[in-house]
Design a protein around this ligand. Structure first.
Ligand SMILES: [Zn+2]
Length: 388
């Protein structure tokens, strides 16, 4: 059991964004009012708390947003997305830093340069940085920051980014999967603010899920979690990157959608494009689908149906009736949302078939970085584990 620490308890109670009087704090935390008075006076003097201008007995107190900062990072193959968040959950800085797909030591150097650049953005009056949330795109050991394997960047699997950042920048660092980080962002800044439990689905080249409940994400006892893209959907389908045949990713991953359009357009199916058929992008496919092009619609619909049918299994198993989709495929909009909803209505048992709400995330590409920063802040103030 930890030692009683009324200052940490008061800060934890006021985070995020609560404004309360000393009496309310004492009642909520079951601490003597005189203790609350003494501790709050000290926190006010140190600049960690703020209060109303006018001195009244029942003044409300809140955390000084500028006294604490946290950094959130999303590590992508070609760039870093970084945010600096304050304790009032205001974004003080948002930056992208190019990584140009470099590997090994050069990559580590770039990451440290990017982070140092972000730290320099802080004004002299701003508070200390309490930690850094590093969200990544590949499975890794969350305790050590060591990855088990990276099929995206050769050599990256042997780099302990957590230890490197902690030593070089003297910042406590939490490593997490980008989908789990995105779940935090959805819960605090997105459309899942009112949901206690939800499933977050990333739809890019890869497909992964995060399961979020009561301010924590679910993790198993291995480095692997949420690999929805590698659930076998079609036994006689194409061979996947992972070596299995017919994984969901070979039908619903972005590369698979583009490949289907390309191959059939080359065989003569109609598809409108300004450039060569070999250069077709996801944006071209979505534009064509919106214009009613049959081949584009077929590719997206088949992808969304496979995705929806697989997600229906997840919803049935977990009994969680909120699903939020994010990632590049979400640009397909209603076409995607409708098809996934149809699958869930068809395949889930009652009442999940009618209660499950599927929505497209409205957060932008800084979502995972925002979530990682919030997670670090949350762990600091609430002193709770981030995962179940
Ligand atoms: Zn696979």
């Amino acid at each position: 059991m930890r030692k009683p620490d009324p200052a940490r308890d008061i800060l934890g109670y006021l985070f995020p964004g609560r404004r309360r009087t000393r009496t309310e704090i004492a009642e909520a935390l079951q601490i003597r009012k005189s203790t609350v008075g003494v501790v709050c006076a000290r926190l006010l003097e140190q600049g960690f708390l703020q209060t109303e201008e006018q001195a009244r007995r029942n003044n409300k107190l809140w955390i000084n947003p500028r006294a604490y900062m946290a950094i959130g990072v999303q590590h992508k193959v070609d760039e870093l997305k970084m945010v600096l968040l304050d304790a009032g959950l205001n974004v003080r800085a948002r930056e992208s830093y190019p990584l140009d797909s470099v590997t090994d030591e050069a990559r580590v150097e770039r990451i440290l340069q990017g982070l140092n650049g972000l730290l320099e953005v802080r004004g002299p009056a701003e508070g200390r940085v309490i930690g850094l949330g590093f969200s990544d795109f590949i499975p890794h050991d969350i305790g050590t920051g060591m990855k088990t394997k990276s099929i995206w960047i050769p050599g990256w699997g042997d780099i302990n980014i957590k230890a490197i950042i902690e030593q070089s920048l003297n910042l406590s660092t939490e490593v997490m999967r980008c989908t789990d980080a995105f779940s935090f962002a959805e819960h605090v800044f997105g459309d899942c603010r009112d949901a206690d439990a939800f499933i977050t689905v990333q739809l890019d080249e890869g497909i992964g899920i995060s399961v979020y409940k009561d301010n924590k994400y679910l993790k198993g006892s291995t480095d692997i979690f949420g690999e929805l893209g590698h659930v076998v959907y079609k036994e006689d389908g194409d061979i996947c990157k992972c070596g299995n045949r017919g994984c969901l990713e070979t039908i619903a991953g972005i590369e698979a959608i583009i490949k289907k359009v390309k191959e059939n357009a080359e065989k003569g199916a109609y598809f409108r494009t300004e450039g060569a058929l070999g250069d077709i992008t996801l944006e071209d496919v979505i534009t064509n689908a919106r214009e009613g092009n049959k081949l584009a619609l077929l590719s997206i619909n088949e992808a969304a149906k496979a995705l929806g049918n697989t997600l229906a299994v997840v919803v049935n198993v977990l009994g969680i009736s909120r699903v939020v989709l994010y990632g590049r495929l979400v640009k397909a909009g209603k076409i995607l949302e409708r098809q996934v909803t149809n699958s869930i209505q068809q395949h889930c048992i009652y009442p999940l078939n009618q209660d499950t709400k599927v929505c497209l995330s409205s957060l932008d590409e800084f979502g995972s970085a925002m979530g990682a920063a919030f997670a670090v802040m949350h762990a600091y103030f609430r002193q709770e584990a981030l995962r179940i």
